[in-house]
Design a protein around this ligand. Structure first.
Ligand code: C2O
Ligand code: CU
Length: 507
């Protein structure tokens, strides 16, 4: 039967529901940390960088000696990284050679609606002759009330103006009802936006700047990724399995696609661009030396770019889809010493994330200035022209179990919120269990949590806020950018697929 929201809220975090791998797992800190390849533009003419990405099936050796079939962007997991300059537009042509329709969304991008990857704006596979099913896991009986909402193309150009603060964005699949299994199978990649002002700060750079995409997975006996339903069309599933309720958790922690990797570093500062690309797993990261001491995590940026000034953390919680820009200084670690990145929320093998091995002394001319940026929006409560409230709770839908916003599952033909371009609003978000809530198109600031000031890791401009069980948080944003239909949703990818998403119309 259905668990009430109240009962869910009283439960401890659901870390016990993780899927177990059926293959032998490698010891931690032996596989070298891979760095995703940086994609080369096919043209840079006319002030636009043009890229081409083919979405295709492949297999890769994620666990030593085991082949794992994947869905990929350009044959790698993570997909290739795109590196852009602020305000310089990028066009990415996506070609779909996968067996299913897909949708590409640039998470954190300030993107016009036409390129934002609406969940029914599909890139069809080249050889696709069936009618498009929009009956996913939460639909069962059909969530698509208006089939005219489906747009299909065979090849899709996405254009991103990138007229926004420099930061780490990521691109991932966003098809209605099928986002979680598609990301799980490998459809995720990084997109860095840079500018001269940030480069002038002198933060660690070059090989001392590392993107770290953290994601958990589980593996079946034949090396495939294990997921509650890996059939192509989830219509055939008899019911919602329990792991779906909390979101799918794996027992293997991957960083940049490698299990518990190790990276050799100089005894110097490193800038870590951390993304939690897990479907549902939360981490609380700390950097632990061999003797048990911890290194400070010096946060310089949030989801939407640099903080006003650095914030020092002993440990840093990171929810699905959040990014943290963190400087770690290995200068005082003895050569040969090791720094483990540990997840305080994990147990057994999921406590380990990755390790750094300090290989040599080295000169370091990087710095972490006390003032990082002066262009953070400083919206005040009194700027808001309205306040809205939304609840994020479990509930019953279509005879099954779903995750709902204000009691309703996602419906692409319904407008949930209408606002005017340029309006400033305060949103009060209330959660039953953990829900990382994400708004498309805009960045926001956290005003309060549980009636108290924001937490240290809420600093800066965010696009995803980690709501805690039973908590109400307030955010403030200004809807500037573009008119059109955008989304807000829970970024627990299974919750999103099970209905926890809504439409926001900017007029
Ligand atoms: Cu990262 Cu609507 O998504
Ligand atoms: Cu959720």
């Amino acid at each position: 039967g259905l668990t009430t929201a109240g009962a869910l809220a009283r439960r401890p975090p659901r870390t016990g529901d993780e899927l177990r791998s059926e293959v032998p797992l490698p010891p931690p800190f032996e596989v070298p940390l891979p760095l995703p390849p940086v994609l080369k533009p096919v043209s840079t003419a006319g002030g636009v960088d043009r890229y081409e990405i083919t979405q295709r099936e492949t297999s890769a050796e994620i666990l030593p000696g085991v082949r794992t079939p994947l869905w990929t962007y350009e044959g790698t997991f993570p997909g290739p990284t795109i590196e852009s300059r602020r305000g310089r537009p990028v066009t990415v042509t996506h070609r779909n050679e996968l067996p299913v329709p897909t949708v590409v969304h640039l998470h954190g991008g300030r993107t016009p609606a036409s390129s934002d990857g609406y969940p029914t704006d599909l890139v069809l596979p080249e050889k696709w002759h069936e009618p498009v099913s929009m009956h996913g896991m939460h639909g069962m009986g059909g969530n698509m009330r208006d089939p005219r909402a489906v747009v299909t193309r065979r090849i899709r150009d996405y254009t991103f103006p990138l007229d926004q603060r420099p930061t780490l964005l990521w691109y991932h699949d966003h098809r209605m009802d099928f986002t979680a299994p598609a990301i799980w199978r490998g459809l995720a990649g990084l997109h860095l936006v840079r500018d001269a002002a940030e480069e002038a700060l002198g933060l660690p750079s070059g090989r001392r700047e590392l993107p770290l995409m953290i994601a958990d997975r589980a593996f079946t006996a034949d090396g495939s990724l294990r997921y509650p339903a890996l059939d192509r069309d989830l219509r055939t599933r008899p019911g919602v399995e329990e792991p779906y309720a909390a979101g799918v958790l794996g027992d293997v922690i991957l960083v940049n696609g490698a299990p518990w990797p190790v990276h050799e570093v100089d005894a110097a500062r490193y800038r870590l661009r951390v993304l939690n690309a897990s479907n549902a797993r939360h981490y609380d990261l700390e950097a632990v030396l061999d003797d048990g001491r911890r290194l400070d995590l010096v946060q310089v940026g949030a989801d939407q770019g640099l903080l006003a000034s650095p914030v020092v953390h002993r440990n840093l919680p990171i929810a699905p889809a959040e990014r943290y820009d963190v400087v770690l200084d290995f200068a005082r670690v003895p050569v040969g010493g090791r720094v483990r990145i540990v997840n305080r929320l994990g147990s057994g093998r999921t406590r380990d994330v990755m390790a750094f091995r300090v290989a040599r002394r080295a000169a370091d001319d990087s710095r972490v200035p006390r003032v990082l940026s002066r262009d953070l929006p400083s919206w005040r409560r009194s700027d808001a022209v309205r306040t809205r409230e939304f609840s994020f709770r479990a509930g019953r839908m279509d005879g099954g179990h779903g995750w709902l916003i204000d009691g309703r599952p996602f419906d692409p033909s319904r407008t949930d919120v209408t606002t005017r371009l340029g309006d400033t609003e305060v949103w009060r978000l209330v959660a039953d269990v953990h829900h990382p809530v994400h708004l498309h198109m805009v960045g926001f600031r956290v005003l309060s949590r549980g009636g108290r000031p924001p937490l240290p890791h809420d600093a800066g401009l965010k696009d995803t806020i980690s709501l805690r069980p039973g908590e109400a948080a307030e955010i403030i944003t200004r809807f500037d950018g573009y008119r059109g239909r955008f989304l807000f949703h829970c970024h627990n990818a299974e919750h999103e697929d099970m209905g926890m998403m809504a439409n926001l119309e900017v007029t």
